[in-house]
Design a protein around this ligand. Structure first.
Ligand code: BGP
Length: 477
């Protein structure tokens, strides 16, 4: 394996989201958030797509995320373990509904603000930089009920107020920010990404792209506020990345691959280049979409572009125009990828493609010419604790090793990468399934889907491996 030495200031670490780790979902004045309503299992996918029968009905059930791994009360212990691995950065998200329980309260919830103050202090105590996402699949439920979430322009101002509140409060503690987690997820899982709920017969595309416009303006306004309030901070966007390969060299397949990539790049083109690309305008026209924009929007988007491109990378994707090939869909992905015969998959059907990581990083850098930040990458597996109390997750080490090696190659290709925060450094609730059993951590958490387990933390084999990677600046993989 490569013996590339990563830069000394490279931000090694891990990444979490509030709703998947904290638990305490109604504690200390927190309001309900959309992710608090998501069930586990079969029902979840339909709801994440916006087919929501009734919001109130969803409230009554128990989900693993309500208690999650109790990071809300145990973060000190967990951060000490991250520090032991040598983390330089921890990506977390702020739960909007901890700060503004209904999304439009006259004053923010002090207990919520205090929680993140304490969390950031604890990180700094260990020399760990917080990297903070403003919205990680997180909208206060009250705003979904009252305004239909991001379909309403009203959310732009409310989000701006929330962003300004946290920038002001944490200006001395947080220097790396991100606006919307995996902003392109809005097109694939619109309830998860933007709190969108569709009624029978509605024009889903129209609603999605209108909501996307609102998020893009809100994101630009957050960039503006961040630059004004914390001049030495960097604020980025966040893309669920992974390039599409054409299944064959048939130009139709190649063209379709380009179009599918653009479905995602569209968001980042606006956030990073500051304007709607021509292909998006054509798409709106061809589909009869009429996106309402206010007169000042173009200037807001143009003048407040992001400082870096944050992205998650788990898999590449493959596309085909041949109906016979399409029949053979890869299970478990939301991007409509067909199976790639050259690549293996995880138990959850996620394609494993380390080389694709280097390709994607190069493409993003070529396209935007801005620093990249790898804010998610990792391997979800159903880990088992041995009778000796050990978790021998060699498969995870193998996945990460191969991906980090390709990231080193990308750096040597001239791609500027600020850091690497692998997903779920401690086991947390899975976003796609809502379960505990899809685990990513270097640290095992004794908790199952039904809420049983002591919540005890156990270091996995990968814990010691990652520690060594960080200590050797990526040289010993
Ligand atoms: C990304 C999300 C995360 C996350 C991760 C892994 O899409 O930003 O929140 O959990 O994927 O996905 P999963 O938990 O479904 O395995």
């Amino acid at each position: 394996m490569s013996s590339y030495v990563f830069p000394k200031d490279f931000l090694w670490g891990g990444a979490l989201a509030a709703n998947q780790a904290e638990g305490a979902y109604l504690e200390d004045g927190k309001g309900l958030s959309l992710v608090d309503l998501l069930p586990t299992g079969e029902k979840r996918r339909g709801i994440m797509k916006g087919n929501v029968p009734s919001l109130t009905q969803l409230e009554s059930e128990f989900y693993p995320s309500h208690e999650a791994i109790d990071f809300y009360h145990r973060y000190r212990e967990d951060i000490a373990l991250f520090a032991e691995m040598g983390f330089k950065a921890l990506r977390v998200s702020i739960a909007w509904a901890r700060i503004f329980p209904t999304g439009e309260d006259a004053v923010p919830n002090e207990a919520g603000l205090q929680f993140y103050d304490d969390l950031f202090d604890e990180l700094h105590k260990h020399g760990i930089q917080p990297v903070v996402t403003l919205a990680h699949f997180d909208v206060p439920v009250a705003l979904i009920e009252k305004y239909g979430s991001w379909r309403s322009r009203k959310l732009v101002g409310l989000f701006e107020t929330y962003a300004k509140t946290v920038f002001t409060r944490y200006q001395d503690k947080v220097k790396y920010w991100m606006t919307f987690n995996e902003i392109n997820m809005l097109l694939h899982l619109p309830f998860l990404g933007a709190g969108l709920v569709f009624q029978e017969g509605e024009n889903v595309k129209q609603i999605q792209y209108q909501a996307a416009h609102h998020q893009l303006v809100a994101s630009a306004l957050a960039v503006k506020a961040c630059h004004e309030i914390i001049p030495d901070a960097k604020i980025g966007c966040m893309l669920a990345a992974g390039s599409f390969y054409p299944y064959t060299c048939n130009p139709e397949d190649v063209y379709q691959g380009m179009e599918k990539d653009r479905e995602s790049y569209f968001f980042i083109d606006v956030q990073s280049r500051g304007e709607y690309p021509g292909y998006a305008k054509r798409f709106f026209k061809d589909h009869g979409l009429n996106i309402e924009m206010e007169s000042g929007d173009a200037a807001i988007l143009k003048n407040h572009t992001v400082d870096y491109i944050g992205f998650s990378y788990y898999s590449s994707r493959t596309t085909s125009t041949d109906p016979e090939v399409v029949k053979n869909m890869t299970s478990g992905n939301v991007f409509g990828s067909v199976a790639n015969p050259y690549l293996d998959k995880s138990e959850w059907g996620w394609t494993i493609d380390p080389k694709g990581f280097r390709i994607t990083a190069n493409q993003l850098h070529d396209r935007y010419q801005k620093p990249l930040f790898v804010v998610e990458n990792g391997f979800g597996a159903n880990d088992v604790v041995s009778p000796e109390g050990e978790v021998n997750d060699d498969y995870r080490i193998d996945y990460l090793k191969r991906h980090i090696a390709e990231m080193g190659e990308a750096l040597q290709d001239g791609v500027e990468i600020i850091g690497y925060t692998s997903w779920g450094p401690i086991d947390i609730v899975s976003a796609s399934s809502g379960e505990m059993k899809k685990r990513y951590g270097y640290i095992y958490v004794d908790r199952d889907n039904e809420g049983n387990g002591s919540l005890k933390r156990i270091k996995k084999k990968s814990f010691h491996w990652y520690k060594n990677v960080i200590h050797s600046d990526g040289e010993n993989l």
